[in-house]
Design a protein around this ligand. Structure first.
Ligand code: FE2
Ligand code: FE2
Length: 207
């Protein structure tokens, strides 16, 4: 996807459907703890790759899911390596993995009962929401950081995660009726907003 596509596509509008925009102060907090942000970001990419692998394992008989997510694993792992490289360039090391409060709270919303279809829908929608919020945060960084190099660095991630958001929604709609997907998506958007509302605003976290 090109930058121009991104600016005018439906993806952007959908991402703006996130019910609660990030507090504008976040980018200033992130700017002064960019080393922490890089470590946190690296682990977000690692988690994206490993969760896609898990989805492939859970739904190994669903060909479109396997075929669509196999390259995403590579892409997310490529993101991890890009961030790791950036960390090394600064003479730093990856550091310790942190507890991801945002993602853990999102995953708690995945229904335990209600059958396989509902669980698959929730797994795909939880991934879509993580991609959307990450995209929104990367957008903030790509627009609000002082450092031009880092602004460009984050623009690249923003564009990529926007595409992933759409992909997870499309996969859901491939297997589950559209009205059902849209209805549940609205519940996920509300839930995500309530998590964001109660989450401490931290400059050392992507979410
Ligand atoms: Fe990524
Ligand atoms: Fe992604």
């Amino acid at each position: 996807m090109t930058t121009t596509d991104f600016q005018y596509s439906d993806h952007t509008k959908s991402i703006l459907n996130l019910q609660l925009p990030t507090d504008p102060r976040w980018v200033n907090l992130a700017e002064v703890s960019i080393e922490e942000i890089l470590t946190d970001h690296a682990f977000c990419e690692q988690k994206a790759a490993t969760t896609c692998i898990s989805i492939i394992q859970w739904y190994s008989e669903k060909e479109e899911i396997v075929n669509a997510l196999a390259p995403i694993v590579t892409e997310e792992w490529g993101h991890f390596r890009l961030v790791l490289n950036e960390i090394h360039k600064r003479g730093l090391s990856l550091g310790k993995r942190r507890k991801d409060v945002y993602v853990n709270q999102l995953f708690d919303f995945i229904q335990k009962g209600g059958g396989e279809e509902g669980r698959m829908l929730d797994r795909l929608l939880s991934m879509a929401l993580i991609e959307a919020r990450s995209c929104e945060r990367f957008k903030r960084l790509s627009e609000g950081l002082e450092d031009e190099y880092l602004r460009n660095f984050y623009r690249r991630f923003m564009e990529s995660e926007a595409g992933h958001y759409t992909l997870f929604l499309e996969l859901a709609e491939l297997y589950i009726p559209k009205e059902k997907v849209r209805k549940r998506l609205q519940q996920w958007l509300d839930h995500e907003a309530s998590i964001m509302k109660n989450l401490e605003l931290r400059g050392d976290r992507i979410h």
